[in-house]
Structure formats: structure tokens, C-alpha cells
Design a protein around this ligand. Structure first.
Ligand code: GLU
Length: 502
């Protein structure tokens, strides 16, 4: 393996959405390969035809691409292949299985599912770990079945599977890159089915054959595959192949440390995309589920490029990684805070324009086409939004005069004198020069002080009249961005419409 080009793979089964754990596996494989200037490949493991879901393959690849994980050798990279699809490679698995049959490492098994179940129940009753009872092990492999009987059954067209024969007493050992040495006792290993009766290989068989033929140097996958290692390593031994290096990633956990499950939150990457999370935040978040840069670093925000530069399997822990959605929300906010304003403008402009089409006022069309105005709104709202789409929902009043006012807030903030005070303050506002946050603030303070009133008497009603709602960014900055004309228009219009409580 010395000097060999690093090659890793992500090998999803097209059975539905992309699980966040799957995204982490794909990401770690990608980061590791890119860090080592190697190749990252996608292989679709669709040998279980009963679990195949229409459209899942396309969706998996689309979601990975959304996250910025693009496979080498794929058409997206100018390659001719990819993703590799196992159902298109059936002849290969059969060929390699025939080799194992010839070498007495595998045998035909004609046991029916009823027989297998009966045997299983019997073993369970005896307190044994259920294993195939080797009823069809041929004579030449130490069993009781003459080869003529096997030939007869095949000739009659009886359905069969092909099983590997696990040697009775060997211990299987390997060095996991994350867990260190791991050892298994072969007496606990079942005679794994390699080829199913429908002519398709099982996952175990196809993945070993492909991992070898596709020359992967490192297999990085979830901890749930650790128990399969002895079967996989035995297959390498049967073929006389050198196995790749393995790294089994820690489990993902709910905050209560149970295994991450749908019951406690979303597990499909698509759900997070739909909610408005950005690829930057998701990738950053998923990268930290089991990996950290090491002691002495406070850094938590990493771009894909930084991850590629810093990722290493040595820094992936063994302990389960807690999936903490608050951390993800925090990261999303960090990205929003630092995203270039032009990028946000490009993203929200079409959405605002579509909103506008519903309302149809020429005034807001002008505002939306002004990048300067959009930029001011974005900078004012950055700290207050959790998602990019909230720039649109929370900032609507920067583009449209309010057509309603929060009723509870009006009730709470209006006293009988409010409208008179506002009317008087409008004259002060007309004279504020320049119309900046600081100047507006001084004007308001100078207006209330001689009257012995608190600024709040006007601050709240002004906000409600200008925006329709009782919360938002700093009032003075908001008024500055809206501009004198809009502010005065909104106050006057609002006072006409708000019925003063008596
Ligand atoms: N198809 C397996 C899965 O769905 C891949 C396991 C492996 O990486 O070997 O997770």
C-alpha cells in the first residue's frame, strides 16, 4: 500500500433519504481523500432489490452535491463513470463466487426459509447464538452431502443461496484506525450468505469484491458495520487479497445519549435543507460529530476548505457523538453573520420579488432593486435572523407599509395622549438633519425631556407604526434605513387607522 494513491468511497443503499449519519460518513471519506490528494468515489449498493426506492439514488447524489461533496470519476467531474452501481455488475460477483465454490470456501445451500426459522428457534431455545446448521455442507468440505445430490438439486432448478464456509477455529484480528486492535472469534460467525436466490449478491460479498476491484485504500464507515469485519476479512483471505485500512466511526446519539432516532428530531438531511439550513453550517456541524481539531483550539467555524486542510482520522473519537441541534442553530447564525452581503442579496432578491408580485406596489419594486437599500436592511437584520429565508419574513416591513398593527401591542403602548404626542413629534422629525439614527435619537430625547416623559412613551408607538410589529432591530437604525419619507408617511397613515383606546 506504500505510495499508493488514497481512494475512499461512500457506499449508500438507495433506500430513501440521506441520513445525517450517512452525510457524516460521506463527508469524512471526502475530507480524508481530499486531504491526501486522493479520490473519493460514490458506489450505489442496490443489491437488496426489495428495499430499493425509486428516485433515492438521484436524491442521495443531489443532496451530497448540495453539501459540496462531489465524487471523482463522476460525470460532474468530467469522468465517464459513476456513480458505480452494483446491480450493473452482477456478472462480476458471480464470477468471484464461482472461484470460492471451486476453492471450497463456499457451498450451495437449499434450506428453505421455514427450515432456517425452525433451526433458529431451536438454537434460541437451547440458549445458543443462532447460526446456520450446515445441513447442506458438502462431503468434500467436511459435511454430509454428496456432490451428486447437490448437482441433482441444481439440475432440478431448486432455489439456492451460496454461503461462505467460515473456518471453525480461527481468530480474526485487525487494527481499526479509530479503535485500535479488534479481535473476533470465528466460532461466533455465521456461514454468511454470499449470493441470494435471486442471483444478487449480499451486501457483504458485493462490498468486499468492489472494495478490492475499485482499489480503495481506506474504508471509513459507521460503527454498525464493525461486527461484519470478520466476514469481510475472511473473504479477503480466501481470495488472497490485501485488505484496505478500516476506520469505524462512532455512533450518533440523541442528547439523552440514546441512539439518534427520528423520534427525537429530524434525521434526514433533506429535512434540514427544507427548514433553511445552509450547506456551510450543516457540513461544519456534521464534521464536528466525532472529530475535533485537538486541544488548544477554540475554533468552531470551519469552511470545507479548512476541514480538508485539518481533518485527520486520528482526531476522530471512539465515543458516541451527540447530535445537538442547538449547536447547529448557533453555527447557522455564525454563517449568516459573516456571509457577504452580495451573496444574501442574490439569494433573497427573487423571493422578495415574488412577494411583491402578490402585492403590486411600484414603491417597493424600486426598493428591492436597490442593492444599497437591501444591504442596509440585511446588515440591520443579520443578528436577528436564524435562517436566510427569515431575511424575507422578518424584513417585509422594510419593503411594504404595514397593513395591520399588532393589536396587543397597540393596547399596551397607547395612552390617550399618544397620538397628540406623535403628531407633535412628526414636526420634529421633519426637521431632523441628517436623518440618521443618532440625530433621530437626540431629537426624540430632546422632545420628551422637557415634558418630563420617558423615551419609551414614543419609542414603542413609533416602532409599531413604522413596522406593524412590536419587535425588531434598534428603532433609530430602523427609521434611518426606512428613510424620512417612508417614516412620516407610515406614522401619519398609522395614526389615522389606529383607534386610540380610551
Ligand atoms: N451500503 C452500506 C450502507 O448502506 C455501506 C456500508 C459500508 O460502507 O461498507 O451503509
Amino acid at each position: 500500500m506504500v505510495g499508493q494513491r488514497v481512494r475512499t468511497r461512500f457506499a449508500p443503499s438507495p433506500t430513501g433519504y440521506l441520513h445525517v449519519g450517512g452525510l457524516r460518513t460521506a463527508l469524512y471519506n471526502y475530507l480524508f481523500a481530499k486531504r491526501m490528494n486522493g479520490d473519493f468515489i460514490i458506489r450505489i449498493e442496490d443489491t437488496d432489490q426489495s428495499r430499493k426506492v425509486e428516485g433515492a439514488q438521484r436524491n442521495l447524489i443531489k443532496t451530497l452535491e448540495w453539501a459540496g461533496i462531489v465524487a471523482d470519476e463522476s460525470p460532474e467531474h468530467g469522468g465517464n463513470y459513476g456513480p458505480y452501481i452494483q446491480s450493473e455488475r452482477l456478472h462480476l460477483y458471480r464470477e468471484y463466487c464461482d472461484r470460492l465454490l471451486e476453492d471450497n470456501h463456499a457451498y450451495y445451500c437449499f434450506s428453505t426459509s421455514e427450515e432456517l426459522e425452525e433451526n433458529r428457534q431451536l438454537q434460541l431455545k437451547q440458549g445458543l447464538q443462532p447460526k446456520y446448521n450446515r445441513k447442506w455442507l458438502p462431503e468434500e468440505m467436511g459435511g454430509a452431502v454428496p456432490s451428486s445430490e447437490i448437482a441433482r438439486k441444481i439440475g432440478e432448478g431448486c432455489p439456492y443461496v451460496i454461503r461462505m464456509k467460515v473456518p471453525d477455529y480461527v481468530s480474526v484480528w485487525f487494527e481499526d484506525m479509530i479503535r485500535g486492535p479488534v479481535e473476533f472469534d470465528s466460532s461466533t460467525i455465521d456461514d454468511q450468505v454470499l449470493m441470494k436466490s435471486d442471483g444478487f449478491p449480499t451486501y457483504h460479498f458485493a462490498s468486499v469484491i468492489d472494495d478490492h476491484l475499485m482499489e480503495f485504500t481506506h474504508i471509513i464507515r459507521g460503527e454498525e458495520w464493525l461486527p461484519s469485519m470478520p466476514k469481510h476479512l475472511l473473504l479477503y483471505e480466501f481470495f488472497g487479497w490485501e485488505p484496505p485500512k478500516y476506520a469505524h466511526l462512532p455512533l450518533l446519539l440523541n442528547p439523552d445519549r440514546s441512539k439518534l432516532s427520528k423520534r427525537q428530531g429530524d434525521v434526514a438531511v433533506e429535512d434540514y435543507i427544507r427548514k433553511g439550513y445552509s450547506a456551510d453550517a450543516i457540513v461544519n456541524f456534521v464534521a464536528m460529530l466525532g472529530w475535533n481539531e485537538g486541544e488548544g483550539t477554540e475554533q468552531e467555524v470551519y469552511s470545507m476548505q479548512e476541514l480538508i486542510e485539518k481533518f485527520s482520522l486520528e482526531r476522530v473519537g471512539k465515543a458516541g457523538a451527540v447530535f445537538n441541534v442547538e449547536k447547529l442553530n448557533w453555527l447557522e447564525k455564525q454563517y449568516i453573520k459573516n456571509r457577504p452581503v452580495e451573496q444574501i442579496i442574490t439569494a433573497i432578491k427573487p423571493v422578495l420579488a415574488a412577494e411583491l408580485d402578490k402585492k403590486e406596489t411600484s414603491m417597493s419594486r424600486e426598493l428591492i432593486s436597490s442593492d444599497r437599500y437591501l444591504g442596509q436592511v440585511i446588515d440591520l437584520m443579520r443578528e436577528r435572523v436564524g435562517f436566510e429565508h427569515e431575511f424575507v419574513t422578518f424584513s417585509a416591513y422594510f419593503f411594504f407599509d404595514p397593513d395591520a398593527y399588532e393589536e396587543e401591542a397597540v393596547k399596551k403602548r397607547w395612552i390617550p395622549e399618544t397620538n397628540d404626542l406623535l403628531r407633535e413629534f412628526v414636526s420634529a422629525l421633519e426637521a431632523v438633519e441628517p436623518f440618521t439614527a443618532e440625530a433621530i435619537e437626540s431629537a426624540l430625547k430632546e422632545f420628551v425631556a422637557p415634558k418630563g416623559l420617558k423615551a419609551a412613551v414614543l419609542i414603542h408607538p413609533l416602532r409599531i407604526l413604522a413596522s406593524g410589529v412590536s419587535f425588531g432591530p434598534s428603532l433609530y437604525h430602523m427609521l434611518e434605513v426606512l428613510g424620512r419619507e417612508a417614516v412620516l408617511r407610515r406614522i401619519n397613515k398609522g395614526m389615522e387607522r389606529i383607534v386610540v383606546p380610551v
